[in-house]
Design a protein. Structure first.
Length: 102
């Protein structure tokens, strides 16, 4: 039996330690808070011929990516695409913590 398990999903995790200081005294006003945010993504293995092609009914080898409509990305592209949402989530958490403590 041949095992062909390939990773096809990933998670982008950001972590920040946030401390807010008073301008005049440089004392800690809030924090430190350790906050995390994550974003999940799917990708194809660019090094795997099996992930990038299929065989048509006529026996022709056809590339998958032109038919993916942007749903299949390389690991690098998927990670980059997940960066904006994870940054936004972390920024919102920082604002929420400061607003909640104010």
């Amino acid at each position: 039996m041949k095992k062909n398990l390939l990773a096809a999903e990933g998670r982008n995790i950001l972590e920040a330690e946030v401390t807010l200081y008073r301008k005049d005294t440089e004392e800690i006003a809030f924090g430190p808070y350790l906050l995390t945010a994550d974003s999940e993504y799917d990708y194809v293995d660019g090094d795997s011929l099996k992930d990038l092609t299929f065989v048509s009914a006529t026996g022709e080898l056809i590339e998958v990516l032109p038919f993916s409509l942007g749903q299949l990305e390389s690991l690098e592209s998927a990670l980059e695409a997940s960066s904006k949402p994870v940054n936004a989530r972390l920024a919102q958490k920082i604002v929420d913590v400061i607003s909640g403590e104010w």
